[in-house]
Design a protein around this ligand. Structure first.
Ligand SMILES: Nc1nc2c(ncn2[C@@H]2O[C@H](COP(=O)(O)OP(=O)(O)OP(=O)(O)O)[C@@H](O)[C@H]2O)c(=O)[nH]1
Length: 185
């Protein structure tokens, strides 16, 4: 779990150590992780609280400045470390639909064995939640649970980053909502 913070000193910084990087080989060097270059500050010793500068490659959709502001991809995003090469190349399934239609419930019940009753207490999703599903070498993919209030027509919506590499999109509809007018927005 590597939360992303954005101090003013660099474009984006990642706190924590990308799992696939050895501690010794990286000081002052660039290391390619997914589509992002991580540059370790001189003299910095790798550790759980180390800070690393991140440079976005010219042709990549990197960690910083790529997502709509409303998605709040900031400090608490727990799965942003999914930019590791292995996660990035995993097949991706998108869960989309109106607010309170049941997206997170499906994800929790199907993939995390949550009891359906417990979903009553799920809070509304306010940013894209990325979940690695890798129970075996055959079952190995990512689920992106979207907030219901995403405005797909917003010019800042980075549809290319989101849909590029997507294997499937599940659009969840609440069968009890008879018209869109009655749906909770
Ligand atoms: N009756 C019924 N309620 C459900 C079902 N699935 C989900 N719910 C309830 O619907 C509510 C919203 O579910 P969520 O899974 O949070 O919906 P969501 O689409 O992720 O919502 P947002 O994050 O706001 O977009 C919760 O109180 C769930 O318990 C279902 O199949 N039947």
């Amino acid at each position: 779990m590597i939360p992303v913070v954005k101090p003013t000193s660099c474009k984006a910084c990642i706190v924590g150590v990308p799992l696939d990087i050895g501690a010794k080989e990286k000081q002052g060097k660039y290391h390619l992780v997914g589509k992002v270059n991580f540059r370790f500050k001189d003299g910095d010793i790798a550790g759980p609280n180390s800070m690393y500068e991140v440079e976005q490659l010219a042709d990549s959709y990197g960690v910083s400045d790529s997502f709509p502001k409303d998605f709040d991809y900031g400090e608490e995003e727990p799965d942003i470390e999914d930019s590791s090469a292995s996660s990035d190349s995993k097949p991706r399934i998108l869960l989309m639909g109106l607010r309170r239609s049941g997206k997170s419930s499906i994800q929790k019940v199907v993939f995390h064995k949550m009891s359906p009753n417990e979903t009553l207490f799920l809070e509304s999703t306010n940013k894209i939640y990325k979940d690695d599903i890798s129970s075996s070498s055959f079952v190995n993919f990512q689920i992106w649970d979207f907030p219901g209030q995403v405005d797909f027509l917003d010019p800042t919506f980075d549809y290319e980053m989101i849909f590029r590499g997507t294997g499937a999109l599940i659009f969840v509809i609440d069968a009890q909502v008879r018209t869109r007018k009655n749906a909770e927005f």
